[in-house]
Structures are given as structure tokens and as C-alpha cells.
Design a protein around this ligand. Structure first.
Ligand code: SAM
Ligand code: SF4
Length: 359
């Protein structure tokens, strides 16, 4: 064979090998630099909300122009790309996800990944205000479990903490969700001097309704106006100790890859969760990343580092640039967060709101 042909042949083979390696890399599962497999994606579909919870937003929040948000079609493409890369659990959040116009189109579209078996769980975190309307359509789309945020069972306190919400609206939503067969977990932010006195009421209310309950420590995120975060901070170890005065607590060996730890209450057989990102280090088993409503990826809730996925998504009709950007971002996932309330300082405070990244 003439030498020039040998060279051409060799170069063509090299190109093929490189393309193959590139393809392999592109479809490789998402493993971060600390060998953590990423299989859980949380997606914020809007930064808007019909409530103004005092620990989450200031009353006069300014929201993003609508054109900044990913469209429903773009959200579909983004989530589908992640699912192809091994995401098996998808949680939709916000802001309030159910105030996003046309949101059921998105849930209905995502249900195809449940049918194919690629996605194991499609779920959402909601304030419950729109559940009366959406519980059944969500169940029809394949949602089986939802998280509903509820900090108090007292009408006046509910109005105080959410500023704009009504308790009855949320309770009706919870009823509708149970009627539609959705399993509910209540998320309650533990707030000193606010819901300390409702610990047992909330616990038995959930037991009566066969609803799971998880308490969350308040996190130092975003400017919330005049609210005092250290004043709000009720450490969950104190909450747990109070709970133990009336119930027998048994630690459960459940590890969801996140910051939640669970106990069983022997008397009621309830499962109670504690999310303590500030007092426990859960980072070594972290399996999740977050996408904001503008298509930024945050690989750690407690760090400012993020990357833009919207530009690569919009740059091409094919997904290659997007997938390359996802791999690059996962390759930068930090080891852990820096939140620390110790010595009465808010070390590691991050400037964005929880409603931006999604809780
Ligand atoms: N609007 C929906 C809701 O309230 O469930 C979803 C988004 S919200 C940001 C998600 C969760 O974050 C809620 O359970 C809320 O209580 C929690 N959250 C918001 N700000 C928080 C903060 N500063 N510290 C701890 N939890 C917070
Ligand atoms: Fe809205 Fe949820 Fe934030 Fe409350 S916690 S203001 S319901 S986004």
C-alpha cells in the first residue's frame, strides 16, 4: 500500500477511535470527582410564588423577567438529557412550581420517562396552595409522592409566616392529594419561638392522617429583609430531645443521599425526618444537583459555584453541547458546603434565595 494511503488509513482510524471515546464519555454516567454517583436532579421551574414566607423571601421580592426562564420545551430537553445520563429521581420545585403556567404539560411530558422505566420517581415540593386543582392531574401523570411545606396548623400564624397564604387553602389541597392517592410528606421549618409549641400537635395531626413529617433547620440563604435568622434558628437536636419526652425514638438506617436522617416513633409507628444541613455533614453521600429556572446548574446547595446550561442548550438543536456542559459541571462538584451557625456567626451564608435554586 502506498505510504500516503497508510497514513490516511491510520488517521481515519484515529478519528474513529476519538469519536468513539468522545461518544462514550458523553453518555457516561454522572460521577463527580469524589466518586459520588449523581442520580437525583432537582429542577426549579419558576422563581415566582403566591406566598412570601418570612424565612424565604422578602415581601417585595423582584422576580426575573419571563424571557430569562427556560421554556417548558427547554425544561423537557434539559431533564431528558439528565435522564439519559442516569438521573432516576426528578423533583420539581421553585418558587412555587404549581404557579408556573402550563406546568401540567411538563409533568405529562415527563411521564414518558416513567413509562420507559428510565425515571424511577417524578415528584414535587409545593406549598400546597394549588393542590386542590392539580392533585389528580399529577397522580395521572405518574406522581406518587409529594412534599408539602407547612409550618403551623394555626390560621393566624400561617398568615403571619407565609404573609400571603391561607391555611384552609393548603389543608384542602392536602385532602385532595390524599384523595388522589398521593403519599404526602410534610416539611416543617423549625422556627424558634414560632412553632416550638406545635411540635406535638403537628406530630399527632400527621399521625392521624398517615402523613410523614420532616423538620428542616432554617438555612442562611438570601436577603430576607428584617427577619433575624439567628433568632429563627431552632436546632433540631433540641427539637428531637423534646420529641423524646413523649415518644420512644428509634433511629432508622435510611440514607437517601441527602441531609435527612429518620427516626421511627414507636408509639405511633410514624417516620419523622430531620434535615440538619447546618449541624451535620451529609456531603460525603451527596447524590444530587440542582437546576435553576434560568438553567444554571448548582452542584452544591451551600456554595455559590454554578455553571450556565442555558447557553449550550440554546446553542444547538442537538444535545451534544449541553451534555458536554453537564459533564464539565459535575466534574467541578465541590466536596461540601460551608454553612456554620457556630459562635453566633453566619459563616458560609449564600446570597441567593432558596426560591432561586429550589429547596
Ligand atoms: N414553594 C414550594 C414550597 O414551599 O414547598 C417549593 C420551594 S421552597 C423554596 C422549598 C422548601 O424550602 C420549603 O419546604 C421551604 O420551607 C424551604 N425553605 C425556604 N427557605 C428556607 C430557608 N431559608 N431555610 C430552610 N428551609 C427553607
Ligand atoms: Fe414560596 Fe416556598 Fe418560598 Fe414559601 S418557601 S415563599 S411557598 S417558595
Amino acid at each position: 500500500m502506498p505510504r500516503i494511503l497508510i497514513w490516511q488509513h491510520a488517521l481515519a482510524s484515529l478519528a474513529q477511535i476519538t469519536a468513539h471515546a468522545y461518544y462514550l464519555d458523553m453518555s457516561a454516567p454522572l460521577i463527580d470527582p469524589f466518586a459520588r454517583a449523581i442520580n437525583y436532579l432537582r429542577v426549579s421551574v419558576t422563581d415566582r410564588c403566591d406566598f412570601r414566607c418570612v424565612y424565604c423571601m422578602s415581601e417585595n421580592m423582584s422576580f426575573l423577567p419571563k424571557k430569562e426562564l427556560l421554556t417548558l420545551e427547554e425544561l423537557d430537553r434539559m431533564c431528558t438529557a439528565f435522564i439519559q445520563l442516569g438521573i432516576t429521581k426528578l423533583r420539581i420545585t421553585g418558587g412555587e412550581p404549581l404557579v408556573r403556567r402550563g406546568i401540567m404539560t411538563f409533568f405529562d411530558a415527563m411521564s414518558r420517562h416513567l413509562s420507559s422505566g428510565a425515571l424511577k420517581e417524578l415528584t414535587l415540593t409545593t406549598n400546597g396552595s394549588q393542590l386542590a386543582k392539580y392533585a389528580q392531574p399529577l397522580a395521572d401523570a405518574g406522581v406518587r409522592r409529594i412534599n408539602v411545606s407547612l409550618d403551623t396548623l394555626d390560621d393566624a400564624k400561617f398568615a403571619e409566616i407565609t404573609r400571603w397564604g391561607r391555611l384552609s387553602q393548603v389543608l384542602n389541597g392536602i385532602d385532595a392529594a390524599q384523595k388522589a392517592g398521593l403519599r404526602i410528606k410534610i416539611n416543617t421549618v423549625a422556627l424558634k419561638g414560632f412553632n416550638e409549641d406545635e411540635l406535638f400537635t403537628l406530630t399527632s395531626w400527621c399521625a392521624e392522617r398517615d402523613i410523614d413529617l420532616t423538620f428542616i433547620e432554617v438555612m442562611p440563604m438570601g436577603d430576607i429583609g428584617n427577619e433575624d435568622r439567628l433568632g429563627q434558628y431552632w436546632p433540631l437536636k433540641d427539637l428531637r430531645a423534646t420529641l423524646a419526652e413523649q415518644y420512644t425514638l428509634t433511629d432508622l438506617p435510611l440514607n437517601t443521599g441527602g441531609p435527612a436522617r429518620y427516626v421511627a416513633l414507636e408509639e405511633t409507628k410514624q417516620k419523622i425526618g430531620f434535615i440538619t444541613p447546618l449541624t451535620h455533614n451529609f456531603c460525603e453521600s451527596c447524590n444530587r444537583v440542582r437546576i435553576t429556572c434560568t438553567g444554571e446548574i448548582y452542584t452544591c446547595l451551600g456554595q455559590e459555584g454554578h455553571a450556565d446550561l442555558r447557553a449550550p442548550l440554546r446553542s444547538s438543536e442537538g444535545d451534544a453541547p449541553l451534555i458536554a456542559a453537564i459533564h464539565a459541571a459535575i466534574g467541578q462538584k465541590p466536596k461540601g458546603h460551608d454553612f456554620d451557625y457556630s459562635r453566633q456567626r453566619l459563616d458560609g451564608q449564600v446570597s441567593r434565595h432558596m426560591s432561586h435554586t429550589g429547596g
